[in-house]
Design a protein around this ligand. Sequence first.
Ligand code: PAF
Length: 293
Amino acid sequence: MKVFRTVDAMQQHARSVARTGRTHALVPTMGALHDGHLALVREALDHADHVTVSIFVNPTQFAPDEDYESYPRTLDADREQLDALGVDAVFAPSVDEMYPHHADDTLAGPLAWVTVDRLNETLCGRYRDGHFRGVTTVVTKLFNACRPDVAVFGEKDAQQLVILRRMTDELLFDIDIVGVPIVRAPDGLARSSRNAYLSEDERAQATVLSDAVSAARARIEAGEQRAEAVVGAMQQALRSAPDARVQYAEVVDAHTLRPVDTLHPGQDVLAAVAVFFGDTRLIDNAFVTVPAA
Ligand code: PAF
């Protein structure tokens, strides 16, 4: 497995992959790999002849009060896991490589940003100022550095996936976006690098997130069409964790990400929650198609 640290070296490699006629899949990650990431990698291996995994903790998607500094960085262990899976290349650039103007005082840092409007205003976007601008900007840079034909993302970050699909479509990137269902621990908790921050007690309580989205799915599939009742079922599940601080529990249209009052037969909706345990913020969701009446 090759490891590239610079954009130049990665681009040269991508060109050589393309020259040999092989298809190239990219799995963008921030490292601290867990089973959820490995599922993305397996999907990528199924989709393309050559797989690159990028590992970059992207500073621009963290707000000043978030966990950029403490975010787990486990590059050696990550490399071993990827090598064992048969990944061809790892792209692990520095901040200087990805943001060449980040320390530029003349015009105060980077000037070029990629933004997807409106879809970034609801759910996590309402609470994480600038987060999705950081994600869309870095993913654009990763696309330019790695030049993939396919890029694979997890459905756990559902809003991110919807935004990245729209960005790829509107900006005419010639890249297929593949979404992979959430990977869960046996008790239902969605795999996340941030689960490592939870105390034993918080970890035990954190199953309420998956209980909440399962309750939402069950209510919708049983014919409930009042979003208020679906949200009520999620809130009831979340109340059983005494230390959970709920940031949001919502049902939105899966394409526009706008809140819905009444669910319509055939509509694709997203039931989503964000919950704090102490300083640790966890999210979970379910994409559901409303059944015919
Ligand atoms: O989902 C993530 O891990 C990140 O948001 C991503 C897509 C790698 C961009 O930094």
